[in-house]
Design a protein around this ligand. Structure first.
Ligand code: ADP
Length: 516
């Protein structure tokens, strides 16, 4: 069968995008497959086309209940009979839909993974002629993912007990090497049948902005546009969304807002105003955006730092889905870190879960301190190598690179002398020779590195430590109070085998800010 002809016939598209054809061919040859494609790459086609070609039913597992209706409506318009069964239906409606499916009227059925906790549903699924089970947002199955859902594990368990052996297609946009291997193990998908396309988004211009007043930045940025283009501003909390939203409107920048504290109808209304270009700006928490396909978003600004690189890339990736140039800007202030730490501390989950969350947050924070290409930093996080993008703030930074090897050696050697058992604040205090009583307790004033950087402020030494962590010379233990230790590269620096370069000038101040 000519798949291109079928693609054109059913969806009207001229050709496949990267990864799609390989995934579809594997699925049609009954190979369980994992597809890792960036947001907007066109993952849906990978199960929709096989669903049309095959004679039986395709079951789609998705956590996004609120989107199922739209997805189903869209498919029905395309001429593919689809339906969903989820908690928004009453028992009678669910029964009717099951009946419809059993009678063979449906090609694609959407359900949430929680459905498998119901015995009646399991019984029903066992009686279906299933060709394919597509698992959307498959990273939810991994405890290492940024959005772990235990119901995905329940589902995986039931998957094995199905009498027919449907092909399994797991799809995700965000998978670190660890999450990838988890999905492969839990769903028994071989590495040979994992299809991953480049995560590079060539049209995105990444920017990290530090040390600014966030509102002034926004005002300047929005004023610089001739006509206000569509953009999303992500804030960390509902309260912050409300504040930024009110402020923008007061400044005559038309904005709508979206967060879980608003009523369903208000959320829906605001979302539509944004999607249909009636209002250019959307201020939202991370509750907004999953499954949203608005091609002409010209910028995504993060007003606060997200919790993980996964969520950052997913959210920032909503800019420029039409392939035209777009900005992904992160406004960073140290206070963001406090908010995030607080949210982890207050959140659900056991200690192990929290430890992972802190580790992910640390990697997110390192992004803001890194001086390497921002796009490349993200790609490496997802296990991809890549070239420098040539357009992010770090690539465009033409400040001279200073050799700061000696300063780096002072920090690294201090970390070792302190037994690699302390965090950033204590190390910085020792380096600047702080009079803080804590240090006396440990006899740190006896160390040869005590006060070795006393011409610098504790804040600047702290930033240098952040930089050394971001660039991998120092590492930290997971957890709320990360302890510093020296990496293999750091040891090479100490031995004089590797030089460290840094752009930001390391400012000397006369007065030390000790004691904080
Ligand atoms: P994802 O789930 O990967 O974020 P979607 O499946 O929602 O992406 O697809 C994003 C958009 O791209 C949709 O509007 C879809 O119709 C479109 N699309 C998918 N495949 C193709 C293709 N081969 N050619 C053109 N457009 C496509």
């Amino acid at each position: 069968m000519n798949l291109e002809v079928k693609l054109k016939e059913v969806f009207g598209y001229e050709k496949f995008r990267a990864g799609q054809k390989q995934i579809i061919e594997q699925v049609l040859s009954n190979h369980d497959t994992l597809g890792i494609l960036p947001t907007g790459a066109g993952k849906s086609i990978c199960y929709q086309l096989p669903a049309v070609i095959q004679s039986g039913i395709t079951l789609v597992i998705s956590p996004l209940i609120s989107l199922m209706k739209d997805q189903v409506d869209q498919l029905n318009i395309t001429g593919i009979p689809a339906t969903f069964i989820n908690s928004t239906l009453n028992e009678q409606e669910s029964k009717e839909r099951m009946q419809q499916v059993l009678q063979g009227h449906i090609k694609i059925l959407f359900v949430a993974p929680e459905r498998f906790e119901l015995e009646t549903f399991n019984h029903f699924v066992k009686s279906l002629p299933l060709d394919l089970i597509a698992i959307d947002e498959a990273h939810c199955i991994s405890q290492w993912g940024h959005d772990f859902r235990p119901s995905y594990l329940t589902f995986a368990h039931h998957l094995r007990s199905l009498p027919t052996q449907p092909t399994v297609l797991a799809l995700t946009a965000t998978a670190t090497p660890q999450v990838t291997s988890d999905i492969q193990t839990l769903l028994s998908i071989s590495a040979n049948h994992t299809v991953k396309t480049g995560f590079l988004r060539e049209n995105l211009h990444f920017e990290v902005v530090k040390g600014i007043e966030k509102r002034s930045f926004l005002k300047k940025y929005l004023h610089a546009q001739e006509a206000l283009s569509a953009g999303i501003i992500y804030a960390s909390t509902r309260k912050e969304v409300d504040e930024v939203y009110t402020w923008l409107n007061n400044q005559n920048f038309p904005a709508v807002r979206y967060h879980a504290g608003l009523s369903e109808s208000e959320r829906q209304h605001n979302q539509e105003q944004f999607l249909f270009d009636e209002i250019p700006l959307m201020v939202a928490t991370n509750a907004f955006g999953m499954g949203i396909n608005k091609p002409n978003v010209r910028f995504v600004i993060h007003y606060g730092m997200p919790a993980t690189i996964e969520s950052y890339y997913q959210e920032a990736g909503r800019a420029g889905r039409d392939g035209l140039e777009a900005d992904a800007i992160l406004l960073y202030s140290p206070n963001d870190l406090r908010i995030r730490n607080f949210l982890i501390e207050q959140g659900d989950g056991d200690e192990q879960h929290k430890e992972q969350a802190y580790e992910k947050l640390r990697q997110m924070q390192a992004y803001t301190h890194s001086e390497t290409c921002l796009q490349r930093y993200i790609l490496q996080y997802f296990g991809d190598e890549g070239e420098n993008c040539g357009k992010c703030t770090n690539c465009l930074d033409d400040r001279e690179q200073l050799d700061i090897t000696v300063d780096a050696q002072k920090v690294l050697s201090c970390v070792i002398r302190m037994g690699e058992r302390f965090g950033k604040t204590m190390v910085a205090q020792v380096l600047v020779g702080s009079k803080n009583k804590n240090l006396t307790k440990w006899n740190f004033e006896q160390l040869s590195t005590f006060g070795i950087m006393k011409q610098h402020s504790q804040k600047n030494v702290g930033e240098l430590i952040d930089f050394l962590v971001a660039e991998g010379y120092l590492q930290v233990t997971p957890g709320k109070f990360p302890l510093l230790f020296v990496s293999t590269e750091g040891h090479q620096v100490l031995r004089g085998h590797l030089n460290v370069f840094r752009r930001a000038p390391f400012v000397t101040v006369a007065q030390n800010e000790t004691g904080d």
